[in-house]
Write a protein that binds this ligand. Structure first.
Ligand code: ATP
Ligand code: CA
Ligand code: CA
Length: 398
């Protein structure tokens, strides 16, 4: 399988940044005070909970000597993230080794439009994303809500955040970043990936004309298949997406996506090509932005009963919702044909609030397109449309 991104080796323009990042994380995770885990206090979530550490080249009492540029390192709400890592059952040594081990990180050629840079660990488990100051502020603002949400719903599909830091090389710009779980880290090869928002305006891959392969992120309008899930998993998925969207709506977040990774089970390559061809050429599309019954109606009767005991039935079912989900994909253009697939999914890019820029983007794009088809809409409408879309892409198998 093709590995994503380019390994950052000596001479790469971000080589120093990578070294600083690795030194910083090793320091944050490994420092002695980190070993005792006391209970969280409200003050741990305070935006002022941030700690500068200097990393002089020759080393200091608390930092090792190094060959990177001198830099300052900052940890944001470190106690909260330590608790989050524990909650996500991540062993500190494991975490440190994956990011700071001898293996270099890989840089992805900017998958998003926002200018963020992404790094992947060699084992594919962790993703590091550089973020804007405003995004960092959003995460700090919602950190308490986020913590309580993921603690309450172990099946939450929202991205797992493991840390938030910044690096300020001497004489350079401050770079802020978050460490998160790679949703598409799997034993199975991911043949297709979709970034779905539920909006239609401009939602095709930017790569039209260029070579599209399995590492290309496709978008809403490229999706020409429907996923059939077994009833308990379907219900559980829809229920969880409801809870997650409720949370994001409360926090005033919009512009997030459902990331879907697909592994075609049998006859992988030819099947893949089959569905792929269908997905590129088919004239019939999923109806954009119309219809879709209220999910409240569908799920309200089920929601109370969506506990684990009801769904884990001793067979080879996934423990974690959203990973390793068996399903069948049905190309829209070839009614009745079904492909056995394994799905990976989660909700990503949740650090955008409906700020003045997004309001302007909405106003501006409204002049060119149907206002309900643009991705920039207020959080309530965003969440409604997102869920409506999902309920058309995933269907319940009987
Ligand atoms: P924009 O704001 O323009 O959408 P962005 O720079 O904020 O872009 P994201 O939307 O967060 O970037 O991510 C871009 C792509 O990177 C996603 O479509 C997805 O393919 C991949 N990606 C992001 N986060 C994850 C994750 N946690 N796991 C796996 N893949 C991810
Ligand atoms: Ca995005
Ligand atoms: Ca974004």
């Amino acid at each position: 399988a093709k590995k994503q991104g380019n390994t950052i080796s000596k001479g790469h323009k971000n080589y120093d940044l990578m070294l600083s990042l690795q030194l910083g994380i090793r320091y944050s995770v490994g420092k002695p005070a980190s070993t005792q885990l006391r209970d969280l206090r409200p003050s741990d979530f305070d935006p002022r909970e941030k700690f500068w550490t200097k990393f002089p080249s020759k080393g200091s009492k608390i930092t090792p000597p190094h060959y990177s540029t001198e830099f300052k390192w900052k940890d944001y709400c470190p106690m909260v993230f330590r608790h989050l890592r524990k909650l996500f059952a991540l062993d500190p040594a494991d975490y440190m080794m994956a990011i700071c081990g001898d293996d270099a990180l890989r840089e992805l050629s900017s998958p998003g439009k926002s200018g963020s840079v992404f790094y992947l660990t060699q084992d594919d488990r962790f993703m590091i994303k550089t973020v804007k100051k405003s995004e960092l502020k959003v995460l700090i603002r919602m950190l308490s809500g986020y913590y309580h949400h993921v603690a309450k719903y172990e099946n939450s599909l929202i991205t797992k955040f493991y840390g938030m830091h910044s690096v300020k090389p001497s004489g350079g710009q401050k770079i802020r970043f978050i460490v998160m779980g790679n949703l598409l880290c799997s034993e199975y090869r991911i043949h297709q990936r979709f970034d779905l928002k539920g909006s239609s305006y401009g939602r095709t891959t930017d790569k039209a004309g260029e070579e599209i392969d399995e590492t290309t992120t496709l978008k809403d309008l490229d999706l020409k298949q429907v996923f059939h899930l077994r009833s308990p998993w379907f219900k559980k998925l829809i229920w969880q997406i409801e809870r997650d969207c409720e949370f994001l709506e409360t926090e005033g977040i919009m512009d997030y996506s459902l990331l879907v990774g697909i592994h075609f089970r049998d006859n992988a390559s030819s099947t893949n090509e089959g569905v792929f061809a269908a997905s590129r050429n088919a004239s019939c599309e999923l109806e954009p932005l119309k219809g879709g019954g209220s999910l409240d109606e569908i799920c309200s009767s089920e929601s109370e009963r969506c506990d684990d005991s009801r769904f884990i039935n001793g067979r080879n079912l996934p423990i974690q919702l959203g990973a390793n989900m068996q399903a069948r994909a049905e190309p829209v253009s070839r009614n009745g044909e079904m492909y056995e697939v394994v799905l990976y999914l989660g909700i990503i890019d949740i650090l955008q609030d409906y700020d003045i820029c997004k309001k302007l983007e909405h106003a501006y794009k409204s002049l060119q397109a149907d206002p309900t088809s643009i991705s920039a809409v207020d959080p309530k409408l965003y969440s409604r449309r997102f869920r409506d879309f999902i309920s058309r892409v995933f269907v319940e198998d009987d």
